[in-house]
Design a protein around this ligand. Structure first.
Ligand code: SF4
Length: 166
């Protein structure tokens, strides 16, 4: 049986981003069409509306948020840390329940980012680090990729997604 993936809903074409848009990735959309990936949006699972104000992590990354050392703040100054943590925990619960093989998450998001995120200045600047959901999934032992890393792995190995060694 081919592995099942958890994917960011916005990569699958759902208009779940803060500004009500999607960022469909053809490979991810195809995985969903084939029944091999389940789209999920941690921020919506955490109870946040769409559209919603942009958010960034202040003074840290997702691991700092999980440890209580940093907060997630909207561009309007509202603290949405609790919603981010609730969404991340619910995403992890579902990932474990569905026994997914890996997660392919949207790059740079304060929830889904898996190697760099916006730095909290709302100036478009990036810093190394993970989003809140990506941290929880990784801490639980799940492999987490962004859409680009995923494409690079597929191209480098010339393998079908289902044959990739995770
Ligand atoms: Fe996409 Fe993740 Fe942001 Fe939801 S939280 S819109 S899935 S990047």
């Amino acid at each position: 049986m081919k592995p099942l993936y958890l994917v960011s809903a916005c990569l699958a074409g759902a208009r779940t981003r803060f500004d009500g848009t999607a960022r469909p990735d053809p490979q991810i959309v195809q995985l969903v069409r084939e029944g091999r990936a389940i789209p999920i949006c941690p921020e919506q699972l955490g109870g946040l509306a769409t559209p919603r104000p942009a958010s960034e992590i202040l003074s840290g990354d997702g691991s700092d948020v999980v440890e209580g050392r940093a907060r997630v703040i909207t561009s309007e100054g509202q603290d949405v840390t609790t919603a981010y943590l609730v969404g991340a925990r619910e995403t992890l619960r579902l990932a474990e329940d569905w026994q997914v093989a890996a997660a392919i998450l949207k790059a740079r998001s304060p929830s889904c980012g898996s190697f760099e995120i916006y730095d909290g200045s709302f100036q478009g600047r990036l810093r190394p680090g993970l989003g809140v959901t990506a941290v929880l999934l990784k801490q639980a032992g799940l492999a987490v990729f962004c859409e680009k890393t995923w494409r690079d792995i597929q191209a480098a190995t010339h393998m079908d997604e289902g044959e990739a060694r995770l």
